[in-house]
Design a binder for this molecule. Structure first.
Ligand SMILES: Cc1cc2nc3c(=O)[nH]c(=O)nc-3n(C[C@H](O)[C@H](O)[C@H](O)COP(=O)(O)OP(=O)(O)OC[C@H]3O[C@@H](n4cnc5c(N)ncnc54)[C@H](O)[C@@H]3O)c2cc1C
Length: 519
């Protein structure tokens, strides 16, 4: 749909349309006339955001048709390529997505890179509405000297490697070193640390790729440092993942009690979740383990530790300059931000103070910033994995993009100033939040779209939908992969995993996948 056809639309129209009050939802028949054309909607990206948005639309409109475009040959985004292989229960959402994809009114169109094979403007011309749910695929660079040295990887690539993301299958990380450093203290950092330290036999029955398992079996990594710029009160991982690390078979945690001085008093004031997490850290760092735990730790052959108040400054090369040999960390301290919400009561203003790394008790919360003290520390290691965040990228010049926030500017999922264009998931609100957060957020986008449809704010005439796009793709030599194609690949993966007792052995080579589909 060319933008000029939307001249009648005004952004303010969106603001006027609020969701109907709960309990006032009329029946399908009352809401949508059976005379009107079935809405043709397309979703870009088949991760949780794409599938949950599609689910909402199909559930709340009896005749809507949803096409889900995906650049990979296979669906499910980070549920397949991000979620750790030893967390199979998290991947159960795939069952719900499969039910959605099998509906007559839904179609999966894999192997189509939106922005390259087809433009967003072409999708807008073919559909009544387009929802962008393409996630946050880039990683945040460290931007420090030595980052390009062999042995330095983004955690994103490392995760993609063990999870069978085709573009990372050649990563071949060298795990012959003793020590690995992970930069960042979020859940992805803990996932990566856990995979590096889990006894390989514990991963044998997961869907980790056989190639990665082979490399992990040969691994000599004994120590993993998980490094954060800030302190124990600012870690970004959650208690479940921390508990898993603490109980990881064959390993022992190293936490410096000095990092936790005075924290006991401060945690009384913090929200419940942060309090429970910090208490667990505090106990692990300062309490003597019980007899059983002490015995377990004494037998441990691998260790992991959290290092606080350290910011990466430079990757140090080996003497021959050919690979990483260590990392220089700047020692930091927490700086209290003086930018406070306008109505902050005077009594709760923090003392504007600088606090030293080992005094985390001074007034600093989750928003505290790390500032360098001028001191540095060199940490020898043979592997550096940076896990300092994901980033969305613009995929089409016609779509507004906020490079600073790394998201598509939107109001509750409606893309600012582009009628009929919506977004959901990580590209909407940034790369944070679990699948459940993405679900809620995607339902909200679905709700906004439905509301606009009902209010007559989307074009009412017929739209060709996939028929038009298929012709375009065909003229460009692109052949989409359908959901039943995926089900053939799925069956092949499941069958290849059977011998080893794995849920599946993932196919890694797109050429081989296409051959299996008779292409
Ligand atoms: C390593 C890792 C582990 C995680 N583990 C958990 C966990 O254990 N539990 C949990 O609840 N959450 C976990 N999460 C968070 C969860 O994965 C996200 O909340 C969720 O995947 C975000 O959904 P999304 O659909 O926005 O993005 P994604 O899942 O990234 O989906 C985006 C999809 O869009 C496709 N795409 C991208 N560009 C294009 C294009 N140009 N054209 C067509 N398609 C395109 C991508 O290939 C992808 O399939 C994890 C995240 C990461 C990074």
């Amino acid at each position: 749909m060319a933008p000029r056809c939307w001249r009648w639309w005004h952004w303010s129209a969106w603001r006027r349309t609020r969701p109907p009050p709960a309990g006032s939802t009329p029946s399908f028949r009352q809401q949508f006339s059976t005379q009107e054309q079935p809405p043709q909607i397309c979703v870009v990206g088949s991760g949780p955001a794409g599938f949950y948005t599609a689910q909402h639309l199909l559930k709340h409109h009896p005749r809507a048709h949803v096409d889900i475009y995906e650049k990979q040959l296979v669906p499910f985004g980070l549920v397949r390529f991000g979620v750790a292989p030893d967390h199979p229960e998290v991947k159960n959402v795939i069952n719900t997505f499969t039910q959605t994809a099998r509906l007559d009114r839904c179609a999966f169109r894999g192997n189509v890179v939106v922005g390259r094979d087809v433009a967003v403007s072409e999708l807008r011309a073919a559909y009544h509405a387009v929802v962008l749910s393409y996630g946050a695929e880039d990683h945040q660079a460290l931007e420090i000297p030595g980052e390009e040295l062999p042995g330095v990887f983004s955690a994103r690539a490392f995760v993609g490697w063990y999870n069978g993301l085709p573009e990372n299958r050649e990563l071949a990380p060298d795990l012959s070193c003793d020590t690995a450093v992970i930069l960042g203290q979020g859940n992805v950092a803990l996932d990566v640390a856990r995979i590096l330290l889990t006894p390989p036999e514990h991963l044998e029955k997961t869907d980790i790729t056989e190639a990665a398992l082979g490399v992990l079996r040969q691994s000599r990594v004994k120590t993993v440092w998980i490094v954060g710029r800030r302190g124990p009160m600012q870690v970004a991982f959650t208690i479940k993942e921390l508990r898993e690390m603490i109980q990881l078979p064959g390993t022992r945690p190293i936490l410096d009690p000095a990092d936790f001085l005075g924290l006991q008093d401060r945690i009384k004031e913090v929200p419940r979740q942060r309090k429970r997490l910090t208490e667990l850290l505090l106990r692990t760092a300062t309490e003597k383990p019980g007899v059983e735990e002490a015995a377990r730790q004494a037998l441990a052959s691998r260790t992991w530790g959290l290092r606080f108040f350290r910011s990466p400054q430079r990757v140090l090369p080996s003497p021959d300059g050919r690979r990483v040999a260590g990392i220089r960390l700047a020692v930091t301290r927490l700086e209290v931000s003086l930018v406070l919400p306008r109505d902050t009561p005077f009594s709760s203003l923090p003392t504007p103070t600088w606090c030293c790394p080992h005094s985390p008790q001074q007034g600093v919360g989750e928003a505290a910033r790390a500032a360098p003290t001028g001191d540095t520390e060199d940490l020898p290691c043979g592997l550096v994995l940076s896990s300092v965040g994901y980033k969305s990228r613009p995929i089409d010049p016609s779509v507004p993009f906020d490079p600073k926030l790394g998201v598509i500017p939107n109001m509750e999922g409606r893309v600012i100033d582009v009628p009929g264009l919506y977004c959901s998931g990580w590209v909407k609100r940034g790369p944070k939040g679990v699948i459940a957060t993405t679900m809620t957020d995607s339902f909200l986008t679905g709700q906004m779209l439905m509301q606009d449809l009902k209010a007559g704010l989307l074009p009412s005439g017929p739209r060709p939908g996939f028929a038009a796009i298929e012709a375009l793709l065909s003229s460009r030599g692109v052949r989409p992969v359908s959901f039943s194609d995926w089900e053939k690949l799925d069956a092949e993966e499941v069958s290849r995993g059977k011998g080893a007792g794995k849920p599946r052995e993932k196919l890694l080579d797109p050429q081989e996948m296409l051959r299996l589909l008779g292409r």
